[in-house]
Design a binder for this molecule. Structure first.
Ligand code: HSE
Length: 425
């Protein structure tokens, strides 16, 4: 029987504690030998957990040093103390299960190297998309495939905000929507991590590593959050048949790997466009299975604890140091700069309403070989007119040049909105 020490009794920790209390029989039926929670390390008790029959320590490092603990579960979050804790547990020969995406994305190489040396395993299913078993799906269910791309809604808070902004008649403020995501246990302690795409980039870092075997490369990800998306963009996107979703995209190319996180126009009928609210969805394109999609709650006590428990059970069953990521070649991966992606774009320009402006705009676009697939022009008197354009597929560096030139026109009165368009099916 594997003996578990739990560090951290916040939202996820309390969810895990209660899974141990409530589902012990169910887990025993499946494993024949259910792992047992023998110690909890937490600064303070949690009102949802009855700790009266549990060994509790206020020093989480006691858990890492406890010779009776086989698996240390790290649910304290953050990267400094969490890293020290995990390293100490590994050095003491313990397996580690964590929900900490920042820790894995930023320090995973060091953590996995230490684990390999000590012949223990580090599991992190809960770090990506909460209750969705996406790590297991990629590493086990799709193990026989060459994965070509991964595209996901992997930040529930951003998706919730975009969905609310798009819902008819919703006049809720950004702060109000964010507060609800916080109450549901979704938002990060620092919600700029959600809104500016950092949380999604942490998750994409890990997804790309398990999908392609590339090194954990958070700094290689092009990251753009949702803070510049306006309700005008959402309305125009809708008029053109699209929804705006915040996606993490990883794609293999012959010349490297594309890694990007940004708001994206997705055609309304596509499945990713239909994922609303705080839900997450990850779509995986692979050579044999084709496109598969995984949907569910990306955070919260129950869903995240479910993923943590699955890892604990997995380690209990195998008891081995299965390779955690399975890197191929750490030195030769080329990460494709964002300027080298080729996609179509949504552009919105606020312009002075006078004859000849449209001609100037289209002439600049044609100089850059941009062709127009769709166009809306709205006279928004008494303020400026709006020109909204959907382009053909074009190199990002080329559209950047065109945008710079357009922006310098006297007739363009505000910063041009540019949102990439993507098609996953
Ligand atoms: N802040 C994250 C989200 C929580 O909103 O999806 C889970 O990582």
């Amino acid at each position: 029987m594997m003996r578990v020490g739990l560090c951290g009794l916040g939202t996820v920790g309390s969810g895990l504690f209660n899974l141990f209390s409530n589902n012990g029989e169910e887990i025993n039926r499946k494993t024949g030998d259910a792992p047992k929670l023998i110690q909890v390390g937490c600064r303070r008790d949690h009102p949802d957990c009855d700790l009266s029959t549990t060994s509790v320590t206020r020093d989480i490092f006691d858990v890492a040093r406890n010779p009776d603990v086989d698996i240390l579960v790290e649910l304290i979050g953050g990267t400094d103390t969490a890293k020290d804790l995990v390293m100490e547990a590994i050095n003491n020969g313990k397996h580690v299960v964590t929900a900490n995406k920042a820790l894995i994305a930023l320090h995973g190489d060091e953590v996995f190297a230490a684990a390999a040396e000590k012949n223990v395993t580090v599991r992190f299913e809960a770090a990506i998309a909460g209750g969705i078993p996406i790590v297991k799906s990629i590493r086990e269910g799709l193990a026989g495939n060459r994965i070509e791309w991964v595209a996901g809604i992997i930040n529930g808070t951003s998706n919730f905000i975009l969905s609310e902004m798009a819902s008819p008649g919703s006049n809720r403020s950004f702060e109000d929507v964010l507060k609800e995501a916080q109450d549901l246990g979704y938002a990060e302690a620092d919600p700029t991590f959600d809104v500016e795409g950092i949380d999604a980039a942490h998750k994409l870092t890990i997804l790309a590593s398990i999908a392609f075997g590339v090194p954990l490369s958070f700094s290689a990800i092009y990251t753009e959050g949702i803070s510049a998306v306006t309700s005008a963009d959402i309305r125009f996107a809708d008029e053109l048949g699209y929804r705006i979703r915040h996606l993490g995209i990883a794609r293999r190319r012959t010349d490297g790997v594309e890694l990007r996180v940004h708001p994206t126009l997705v055609a309304r009928e596509q499945i990713l466009a239909q994922v609303d609210g705080v839900m997450n969805a990850v779509m995986v394109g692979s050579d044999a299975a084709g496109a598969t999609m995984y949907y569910g709650a990306g955070a919260g006590a129950g869903p995240t604890a479910s993923a943590v428990m699955a890892d604990i059970i997995d380690v209990s069953r195998t008891g081995t140091s299965l390779s955690d990521i399975g890197f191929v070649d750490l030195s030769e991966t080329r990460f494709v700069p964002i300027e080298e992606i080729r996609t179509s774009y949504y552009l919105r320009l606020a312009v002075v309403d006078r004859p000849g402006v449209m001609a100037e705009v289209t002439s600049i676009l044609s100089e850059h070989e941009v062709s127009i697939e769709a166009l809306i022009q709205k006279d928004a008197r008494p303020s400026d007119a709006q020109i909204v354009i959907v382009t053909n597929d074009i190199l990002e560096s080329e559209i950047n040049d065109a945008i710079r030139q357009l922006q310098s026109l006297d007739e363009v009165t505000a910063a041009i909105s540019r949102i990439r368009i993507a098609d996953f099916r």
